[in-house]
Design a protein. Sequence first.
Length: 207
Amino acid sequence: MIAILVVLARHKKIKSIKDFLRLIFHTPSILKTIIITITFCAAALCVALIYGTPTGSHWYMMFAALPVMIIGGGVEEVGWRGFLQPALEKKFPFPISMMIVIPIWYTWHIPLWFLPSSNHYGDSLIGFAIMIVVWSFALAALYKVTESVFACVMYHAFVNSIGSVYDWNALFDKFPNEIGMYFYFGVLFVVSIIIWVLADKRNKQTV
């Protein structure tokens, strides 16, 4: 987020912190954004409830951890979906843009595998790669249909906060060993592409 702030200011895309905050919180349709974001979050929560491994923490920790997760993960969406993805889509088709964003986002997390105190320490790099691919499309679709960076921030943060109650690493960072997990990944991937295509078509018709 800080890097994007510096880049935008340097290229005179924003003139103040107020402009930067407007970029993050800009939401053309608040009600639609809330409904769609809650739907994305609810889908992730349902998968955790059905297939997740409880950490032993009380359920309310999921919401208590949300403010922390906004800072410890959610705000990075300002860079990925708020800046990089839209910038790439101005020059490349959507699939190519995704193929550029995905390895960058994946590489961003690699240092966590070498930190014993990290929640990713010792996890499967391949399993995490699968998760990154699917959620990259999901977040791109969420941004496309809502035009809201903050929606992506909240979705990312909520998914992370679920990890306070259910072990996401056991659920996603290894190859799924449940048919339901394959189903979830497949449906989320396909639905995200459909949402993006429909939203893109609608945006072009209104231009």
